[in-house]
Design a protein around this ligand. Structure first.
Ligand SMILES: Cc1cc2nc3c(=O)[nH]c(=O)nc-3n(C[C@H](O)[C@H](O)[C@H](O)COP(=O)(O)O)c2cc1C
Length: 205
């Protein structure tokens, strides 16, 4: 049974464009994976703690010499890594904030990049064989001809960190110009249809 892990970050609930795009991506995925399981990690519902000194002490201590406190420091990170390792596919859905990913998503990344678990001691990524889809909603439009193309850090960063972890099959879905929906210049349905067309049942068969 294929498993897909969906990491959601937008705090905007139903008004969130990245979440609506995710719904479409997952509904298309379900047509292709009818026995598939979707696991959701919602970072807007349960925010992750940022890295602290006790966490780092545990991180840099070999697991076989962990004190009970060190083991406790890494418990959440261990669970997030386990969740990721168990997934065949990963979806990351995120807004662009200040030209980059929100801090909530960066916190998740800081928890799942773990030497010996997701990143080899030789620096090679250990998540080989997984596929990732990155869904990005941004108010602005970035592209070769855009005057803000040089500020398009979010997709570059996410693709790079996934590559570092060994995930090379990365599809990026650009929900650019999403402010048209917030300003009432486009409907959410039209925007979603244009960015991620609905897969027809016959196409999936
Ligand atoms: C605090 C904040 C900062 C933002 N910064 C940017 C930005 O730097 N570049 C951009 O293109 N859009 C920016 N936006 C617009 C959002 O990316 C856009 O509203 C997007 O649809 C948010 O994703 P969501 O609809 O899934 O919540 C920002 C929005 C907020 C609330």
């Amino acid at each position: 049974m294929p498993k897909i892990l969906v990491v959601e970050t937008s705090p905007r609930g139903e008004a969130s464009i990245s979440r609506q795009l995710t719904k479409r991506v997952i509904s298309n995925w379900r047509l292709l994976n009818q026995d598939g399981e979707v696991i959701t990690r919602d970072l807007a519902v349960a925010a992750l703690p940022h890295v602290t000194m006790p966490w780092l002490s545990a991180y840099f201590t070999p697991p076989n010499t962990h004190t009970p406190d060190m083991a406790a420091q890494l418990r959440l990170s261990d669970a997030l890594v386990e969740e990721l390792l168990a997934a065949d596919e990963l979806v990351i859905a995120t807004p662009v904030y200040n030209y980059n990913i929100p801090a909530s998503l960066k916190a998740w990344i800081d928890h799942i990049v773990r030497k010996g678990l997701t990143l080899g001691f030789d620096g090679k990524g250990l998540l080989t064989g997984k596929k990732a889809t990155v869904i990005i909603a941004s108010g602005g439009i970035y592209g070769a001809a855009s005057p803000i193309e040089h500020l398009n850090f979010a997709p570059r960063y996410l693709e790079s960190i996934l590559n570092v972890l060994g995930i090379t099959d990365v599809t990026i879905i650009h929900g650019e110009g999403a402010k048209a929906v917030d300003l009432g210049e486009a409907t959410m349905d039209k925007f979603v249809d244009a960015v991620v067309p609905e897969m027809k049942r016959s196409a999936a068969a």
